[in-house]
Write a protein that binds this ligand. Structure first.
Ligand code: SF4
Ligand code: SF4
Length: 380
């Protein structure tokens, strides 16, 4: 079978059925509570046909579209992280004699349907942090085991997207089993399908597909390139780890802290933030106790608590920690940035704080180092 095939809208429903028949728990976008959320799909009919979103700093609204596009909505409040690294889970039950029984929740093999380039990069980031190294998280590894990914090339980015500048989109990068490019024009509603693995090819063989025409392949490529060009936001064209290092004493941290509520929304919605806290909880009788793990945020005052007090007391130090880790030290630790340009933290920040604007301001306030090419007199 040729690598590039085309399925129609009914073929997309069939994709969900085939994945379910192969014993995958299929997770995909659906309209619920005035948002496009990610959850288990009972069928392809639950996909959000004809729904889009408008986003701005501190704002997210679903809107009915004039067409029936399925994937023409930018990142919603949830990310795939919650299925690989749940917001809360019980890790052990503790008996009155203080013996602990580890809790391993049953998990079905999952298929993610509709993963954009930015979120595909975020999954790769979680894998490098939680799934690799000397001490991989066994719960993450178990959930990720056998994951089937149907990516979606983004042809209609949202107002807050900046994946083109982080190099994580708008086309889907490596790591998918199948990738779809949605096309909706006078020739009909259809999806160009590219295979990325043997598992993907085996699923595609079970779908009612036809070979893509040269015009469809070119049209898909052009639409992805146009999607990259129309993004308004970008990270500054600077060495960001160096900029963050040189901005350590910038007065701008205090300026952001005057607006930041330290609510932690940005870390909760971020598809790459992975920090957790562990708590022991007992019932009122004291007979049962559990050890629970939950997502934690570096904006919590207790996050940096070290025998006797928190290291980062001020809001300025906490925002600096978050941004410096995302764009600076993460690069040194994991060989990639911790930001994939999805724009979620901007949409869901109640104070409308926009990390692209904050980094741009830091770049304005922090001169390039003296030895930077182009800054010397003899380079002019
Ligand atoms: S930057 Fe925004 S979302 Fe993040 S903690 Fe501050 S107010 Fe909350
Ligand atoms: S920092 Fe913001 S834009 Fe970057 S990946 Fe996280 S939520 Fe998305």
């Amino acid at each position: 079978m040729a690598a590039e095939q085309v399925i129609d809208r009914a073929g997309l429903d069939r994709l969900v059925e085939v994945l379910q028949a192969e014993d995958y728990r299929v997770i995909g976008p659906q309209l619920r509570d005035d948002a496009i959320v990610l959850d288990e799909l009972r069928s392809g009919a639950e996909l959000p046909d004809g729904w889009g979103v408008t986003v701005a700093p501190g704002r997210y609204r679903v809107v009915q579209r004039a067409d029936s596009a399925v994937f023409a909505h930018s990142a919603g409040p949830g990310s795939w992280k919650r299925f690989l690294h749940p917001p809360q889970r019980t890790t052990a039950r503790i008996a009155p004699d203080l013996t602990a029984e580890p809790v391993v929740e049953p998990t079905a093999r999952m298929a993610f349907l509709g993963v954009r380039g930015c979120d595909l990069a975020a999954i790769a980031t979680l894998r490098s942090v939680l799934g690799a190294g000397r001490h991989p998280d066994p719960d993450f590894v178990r959930r990720d085991d056998g994951l089937f990914v149907v990516a979606v090339d983004c042809t209609e980015p949202g107002e807050l997207c900046f994946c083109a500048s982080t190099g994580t989109g708008p086309g889907a990068g490596p790591g998918y089993d199948l990738a779809l490019t949605e096309q909706l024009d006078e020739a009909g509603h259809r999806f160009l399908v590219t295979t990325g693995s043997d598992a993907g090819a085996a699923i595609l063989e079970q779908l009612p597909a036809r070979p893509a025409t040269a015009a469809e392949i070119t049209g898909a490529r052009d639409a992805i390139e146009a999607a990259g060009r129309c993004q308004h936001r970008a990270l500054p064209d600077r060495d960001l780890p160096e900029l963050l290092r040189d901005s350590r004493e910038s007065p701008h941290w205090e300026e952001v802290a005057n607006r930041c509520l330290a609510c932690g929304n940005c870390t909760m919605v971020c598809p790459t933030c992975f920090c957790t806290a562990t708590e022991d909880v007992t019932d009122l009788t004291g007979a049962d106790a559990e050890r629970r793990q939950r997502w934690a945020s570096c904006f919590e005052i207790d996050f940096s608590y070290v025998h006797g007090g928190s290291v980062r007391q001020s809001g300025a130090s906490r925002y600096r920690q978050w941004l410096t880790h995302k764009l600076g030290t993460w690069q040194e630790m994991h060989d990639s940035a911790g930001c994939v340009g999805c724009g979620r933290c901007i949409a869901w920040c109640p104070a409308e704080i926009d990390l692209t604007a904050e980094v741009a301001r830091l770049a304005e306030l922090t001169p390039l180092p003296d030895n930077t090419p182009g800054d010397r007199d003899d380079d002019r």
